[in-house]
Design a protein around this ligand. Structure first.
Ligand code: AP5
Length: 214
């Protein structure tokens, strides 16, 4: 199965992708994570992407589509793919069609997480992750069970993203409205879009996704 999770910054795409990976053994392809890894490793892609990401703007279509193509090509054909944060523009949506065809895959579901943008600023500015394994947490909605200790790996170091400040988040939302939301009608016309209330609890969103993919 191949699915796209769509929604503005903070809608819960990463949170729910991690749950789908755990539940169904699918593979998460997050262009945001790939770009952050490239920035950390100071690769040519990372050097080009760093300032763009810090401004909350979109990295070039060619770069992100090449990252997706390479990662999909490295996956076992039977493993399902979750596209998290990709595609984000009309050219990316067209590129994904070609990439999927080249790898003998087809798109089964596009799931839009519907959310209230003002609440998202609160979600994003409260977000932090385990520096060791990347497990995601939130200052108010999802704290580790033991204070200061990661539930998943026992790590004790946590970090926050440099683009998780209010000004950059507002820019990321503007980019979503202007460039990403317009790709939904294309998938609507194919009859593969499901809409889920992303303002429900994390557990309830997971249940709604289960009902779509199982
Ligand atoms: P990316 O990393 O993709 O960021 P994003 O789309 O802005 O999404 P986020 O990761 O911020 O949010 P999310 O929906 O995953 O929410 P999460 O689950 O973490 O992209 C970053 C940058 O990279 C972009 O700005 C761009 O520059 C570049 N980029 C990436 N892809 C690109 C592309 N294709 N083209 C061009 N440029 C690209 O949840 C957020 C918080 O809320 C967490 O703390 C979580 O615990 C909490 N939470 C989640 N669900 C709920 C819930 N239901 N109730 C309460 N709290 C919840």
């Amino acid at each position: 199965m191949n699915i796209i999770l769509l929604g503005p910054p903070g809608a819960g795409k990463g949170t729910q992708s991690a749950r789908l990976v755990e539940q169904y053994g699918m593979h998460q392809l997050s262009t945001g994570d790939m770009l952050r890894a490239a920035v950390k490793a100071k690769t040519p892609v990372g050097l080009e992407a760093k300032a763009v990401m810090e401004r909350g703007e979109l990295v070039s279509d060619e770069i992100v589509s090449a990252l997706i193509d390479a990662e999909l090509g490295a996956m076992a054909p039977a493993t399902g793919a979750i596209f998290d944060g990709y595609p984000r523009t009309e050219p990316q949506a067209r590129a994904l069609d070609a990439i999927l065809e080249r790898h003998g895959r087809k798109l089964d579901h596009v799931i839009e997480l519907e959310v209230d943008e003002d609440a998202l600023v609160d979600r994003i500015t409260g977000r932090f992750t385990c520096a060791n394994c990347g497990a995601g947490y939130h200052d108010r909605y999802h704290l580790p069970k033991v204070d200061g200790v990661c539930d998943r790996c026992g790590g004790t170091e946590f970090k926050r993203r440099p683009d998780d400040n209010e000004e950059t988040v507002r820019m990321r939302m503007q980019e979503y409205r202007a460039k990403t939301a317009p790709i939904l009608p294309v998938y609507d016309a194919r009859g593969i879009v499901s809409r889920v209330d992303g303002m429900a609890s994390i557990e309830d969103v997971t249940k709604a996704l289960d009902a779509i993919v199982s």
